[in-house]
Design a protein around this ligand. Structure first.
Ligand code: GAL
Length: 414
């Protein structure tokens, strides 16, 4: 009786002590591999006494999730934690929508355990507003070894010319050479790989990051669109609108020989029980020393309620935890964002990624992916995406594509 009377008083006077850390997590990890990785995060959070409210929004690349996010924030109902990329993090932070994570960062020594480059991406105005989960790369070919062997190719191509020759051989045998999901962001992943392969790292930086006019209208950019036209000839008739994971399944099931996609594709192969080096090959796309990176991160939105604030802090703390970084990235196909995580359980694709990532640091080759929104503010990414997809899905000439690219970028700048 006494307890029954006392309890509400206690609850009213000591809200902090009783707040159950709670997060509502808006994310777009809904494919087989992604869902496994997301549930590892949920499990870790719940295992530490938190309450997880799952808000997945299906749609690879996340544009559907970003639309939901905008409408939620506009209606004053921001989710507590959101899977967000660094340019979008800045845009939301500028609007004052994000919570400050400096106290967790200091307590957990983020300045010592995160790579410098990622520290910057997670900050706004010198303050932490997001927390990194992983490092993915988008410059990868996922290949079916049997199909390659069927045309006598033991190796994945080392240049775009070699790629074209191999693809022609496969096509002559009735095999779909290139598995592509015809959604704009997937077409841009293909495009950025061609930019890197044909132009090199310096050109990639100038054209796609600095948006340098000379680079954008150069002959090199025209060659990139020429190659995109050639690649268009290597995809199957049903490519339009196809999801990336269904596209990965085509390589897995022997329907197509190669997919060019970020290493979340590995998460799909692994979730289906496939073994790297045996059932599938992972090789970086033709380029000298480039590494197109994509870091997933969570930004915490400014919300009120002790339970939610406690949830945000707990989630941020757990995400950079060493054990979590290992478990999550083994499932997701990426490598840890945290420095010094043991790599002994990681497979050959991840070890190669780690090696290439390190090498790219010394050569200016560590470059952000445009296709998955790492490189530019939304409007400018949109300008590139629109151009690439209109060119790919029409008979637009390379000259016209270059003019359109300049025009769209100019419009997006205004
Ligand atoms: C990217 C995201 C990856 C992966 C992919 C496909 O934007 O960074 O983690 O999930 O989309 O949905």
């Amino acid at each position: 009786m006494l307890a029954a009377i006392c309890l509400p008083v206690f609850a009213l006077t000591m809200p902090n002590a009783r707040a159950e850390p709670t997060v509502e997590v808006l994310h777009y990890w809904t494919s087989g591999g992604e869902a496994k990785a997301a549930s590892a995060l949920k499990k870790d959070f719940e295992g530490h006494g938190g309450k997880w409210i799952d808000s997945p929004v299906a749609g690879g690349g996340g544009s559907a999730a970003m639309t939901v996010l905008r409408s939620r924030v506009l209606s004053g109902d921001a989710p507590t934690a959101v899977q967000l990329k660094s340019p979008a993090i800045l845009e939301w932070a500028e609007q004052g929508a994000l919570a400050n994570l400096d106290d967790v960062a200091t307590k957990e020594h983020w300045n010592d355990i995160l790579p410098k480059r990622l520290q910057t991406l997670m900050q706004y105005d010198g303050h932490y507003v997001a927390v990194p989960v992983n490092i993915h790369r988008t410059d990868m070919i996922w290949a079916n070894p049997e199909l390659l062997a069927s045309v006598g190719a033991g190796d994945v191509p080392k240049s775009w010319d070699e790629f074209n020759t191999l693809a022609e051989k496969l096509q002559a045998k009735g095999v779909i050479p290139l598995a592509l999901g015809g959604q704009p962001w997937q077409e841009v992943i293909l495009f950025e790989n061609v930019v890197l392969g044909i132009g090199g790292t310096e050109f990639y930086q100038k054209a796609l990051i600095d948006l340098d006019e000379e680079a954008l209208k150069s002959d090199t950019m025209k060659k990139v669109f020429d190659e995109m036209r050639i690649l268009r000839g290597f995809v199957d008739a049903d490519f339009s609108g196809r999801d990336w994971n269904l596209t990965t399944a085509m390589v897995m099931n022997g329907k197509a020989a190669m997919q060019i996609m970020g290493d979340w594709a590995k998460g799909e192969f692994l979730a289906a029980g496939k073994v790297p080096g045996k059932d599938f090959l992972c090789v970086s796309t033709p380029s000298k020393d480039g590494y197109l990176f994509n870091t997933d991160s969570f930004a915490m939105f400014e919300v009120s309620g002790d339970d939610k604030v406690a949830g945000q802090k707990l989630l941020a703390e757990l995400i950079v935890g060493e054990k979590f970084q290992e478990t999550f990235n083994l499932l997701k196909g990426s490598i840890p964002a945290r420095l010094g995580v043991p790599m002994d359980k990681f497979d050959e694709c991840a070890l190669q990624s780690e090696k290439d990532m390190q090498a790219s640091q010394g050569s200016d080759g560590f470059l952000p992916s445009v296709g998955v929104d790492m490189a530019l503010p939304g409007a400018l990414t949109g300008a590139i995406v629109d151009t690439v997809t209109s060119h790919f899905n029409s008979d637009m000439s390379s000259d016209d594509a270059v003019s359109k690219l300049l025009e769209n970028i100019e419009l997006a700048r205004d």
